[in-house]
Design a protein around this ligand. Structure first.
Ligand SMILES: Cc1cc2nc3c(=O)[nH]c(=O)nc-3n(C[C@H](O)[C@H](O)[C@H](O)COP(=O)(O)OP(=O)(O)OC[C@H]3O[C@@H](n4cnc5c(N)ncnc54)[C@H](O)[C@@H]3O)c2cc1C
Length: 366
């Protein structure tokens, strides 16, 4: 049997694409190496652009239990600035990803979880995907396997990610729901936010040397939070942290014969601006119509089309994020930015507006 589409990875990019493809009349298999619900290192903050795309796709209800976000508080040294960040939601990845997987399955997607997959060979009429130790035939494959499943090349000196969740009873009252707390220091930054079940999600981005010099991500995060003078979080250093591979990476190409890459698998920039899930769901929405055409008749121009659409919709947004992450590498520029924002928070508006900007209506040009 030949599937119309096999999607590798059931994170937000993969499950939203799979659902769109089934709604377009295709027979779709999604394979994920994890079983859901599964944790994922993430700041768990969905911005207005992500929420807008989910609503456009009829998926707004999956965010119903999320905690509405109002402000982000950024600290550098003993100074902090508070910036309005309207329209966002904090939702744990266990809840968010499972809800999206359920939506895909309810729409008719077949899910094979707990199984690794990778692209196999291509023949004139189909592509093979290796699912576990079986070779399965499909008209097209969607690579949505995130950072860990990506062959995108990490940039030199790219930072790594790490995360942990603090149980509600251990969370100091200081970390109120509705605020994103960002503590920055020379070796990286730590984001903290209350999610729907009152846990404190902690997600960090560090230089590898900084983590090594502190003896692990927990003590490194504790050092950053203590440097900005925020309350000590019991267990922060000792809890079992999860790590990620190098974060900032560019894909050599985002498409090839009978395959398209989306979400983090198509390239990623470190997460300070909290946009990764927006890029994931936007790329899912944009790739679906191209993939549906590709199942009818493959044409190499479809790979080129996805490269151009991906560049227009995602590449431009990633540029803003690159600039912000470069500023954060300099402790001088970071503390200058925090000093200016603490006096003139209104200056953050253009960046916030650009991050929250919805995707263009499909088919429109920039
Ligand atoms: C520290 C940190 C903080 C972040 N904070 C935010 C934030 O606040 N807001 C935001 O929007 N984004 C944030 N992000 C980014 C966000 O987590 C990602 O951009 C988003 O998860 C990308 O979705 P995806 O579907 O492409 O990949 P993923 O969510 O990584 O999903 C990929 C899936 O593929 C599966 N998989 C991998 N390899 C295989 C394989 N070979 N076979 C089968 N399955 C496979 C995995 O199990 C996983 O389920 C953050 C990231 C980090 C590291």
């Amino acid at each position: 049997m030949t599937w119309d589409a096999i999607v590798i990875g059931a994170g937000p990019a993969g499950s939203v694409t799979a659902r769109e493809l089934v709604r377009g009349g295709l027979r779709v298999l999604v394979v994920d190496k994890s079983t859901f619900p599964r944790p994922k290192v993430c700041g768990c903050c969905l911005n207005a652009a992500a929420i807008g795309t989910l609503k456009q796709l009829g998926l707004g209800h999956v965010l119903a239990s999320g905690v509405p976000l109002n402000v982000v508080r950024i600290a550098s040294g003993r100074r902090s600035a508070q910036v309005k960040l309207p329209g966002g939601v904090a939702l744990s990845r266990e809840a968010f990803d499972s809800a999206l997987v359920n939506e895909a399955v309810n729409a008719g997607v077949e899910l094979q979880d707990g199984m690794c997959a990778k692209l196999g060979d291509c023949s004139p009429h189909s592509r093979k995907v290796l699912v576990g130790n079986q070779s399965v035939s499909t008209r097209i494959a969607i690579v949505a396997s995130g950072l860990s499943g990506s062959d995108a090349t990490p940039e030199a000196h790219s930072r790594i990610g790490a995360g942990v969740a603090i149980p509600p009873e251990a969370v100091p009252e200081f970390f109120v729901p509705g605020t994103i707390f960002m503590a920055t220091a020379r070796g990286g930054y730590v984001g903290l936010v209350r999610v729907e079940d009152d846990r404190l999600d902690v997600a960090a981005c560090f230089d590898l040397a900084f983590v090594k010099s502190h003896g692990g991500p927990g003590p490194a995060a504790e050092a950053v939070v203590s440097e900005v003078g925020w309350p000590k979080i019991p267990g922060l250093a000792e809890l079992p942290w999860k790590g990620t591979p190098a974060l900032t990476r560019r894909a050599k190409t985002v498409a090839g014969e009978r395959w398209f890459a989306i979400g983090d698998a198509a390239g990623y920039v470190e997460p300070f601006t909290g946009e990764g899930m927006a890029w994931a769901v936007m790329s899912a929405a944009e790739v679906a119509p191209i993939a549906i055409r590709a199942t009818r008749q493959w044409n190499d121009l479809l790979a080129r089309e996805w490269e151009m659409v991906h560049h227009r919709v995602i590449g431009k947004r990633q540029r803003t994020c690159r600039v912000v992450s470069r500023v954060l590498r300099s402790s001088f520029l970071t503390s200058a930015a925090v000093r200016v924002l603490s006096v003139f928070p209104v200056l953050s508006r253009p960046v916030v507006a650009s991050l929250n900007r919805p995707a263009l209506p499909r088919g429109a040009t920039a």
